[in-house]
Design a protein. Sequence first.
Length: 268
Amino acid sequence: MNVWAIANQKGGVGKTTTVVTLSGLLAAQGKRTLMVDLDPHGSLSAYFGHDPDTVSDSVYSLFQSISSKTDVHAEQVIRQTPYDNLSMMPASTALATLDRQLGTHEGMGLVLKKALQSVEHQYDHVLIDCPPVLGVLMVNALAACERLLIPVQTEFLAEKGLERMMHTLSMIQKASREDMPYLIVPTLFDKRTKAAKESLMVLRDSYNLNIWDSVIPVDTQIREASKKGIPLSHLNPKARGVIAYSALLTELLQRNTMASADVAEVGR
């Protein structure tokens, strides 16, 4: 089971769009795919018709079970979507209270990892939509994932969010003493504007070894797909955004294959 976290400490950079579109593409390939919404705003949950203000048996239930000492299993939280091979764990707005209520409880940083391990034979891929702030939810996502994707809007203000995200990643890696493979993904790129081109150039100069060599373009059909609650890959497989995300998925799967080969070589 491959687990990818999609995170950035700035909102509006395309995290949820990245989760939905990549997941839709994987599901269309026959890959059993699970989406996890860790953002209290619940954009991913709302995309598929779940109201984070009223949803029951959400990801929050997994964390709450630690303090209440009740058994809440991952299967109880997972919801099917209308699309084959595509499931999700919805978020609750109550997730926003976790750091204040339960952040000091022992083992809170590994709740999601343990939950996913209990269903690892049921899914090929898990994609985690992270909140834009550092806290117990971000820690859970980074502890559970094998690869981190960092969508970054191609504008100068977004670069500050990326700097914070890189600082967070550095702290997590020092604490765990393990390197986290990550890939920066330029998003919402408008080739018509000078600002977008200059921002992309700065990103490539600053993070040349860890930035994807292509971009996710601005595509109004992404907004249309969101309104309808349909993955863009299902709404219009030929959309510019789908073509770009398909290329990104190919890159990610190739990297997974290379990483697996490296592990096998070390084990010989």
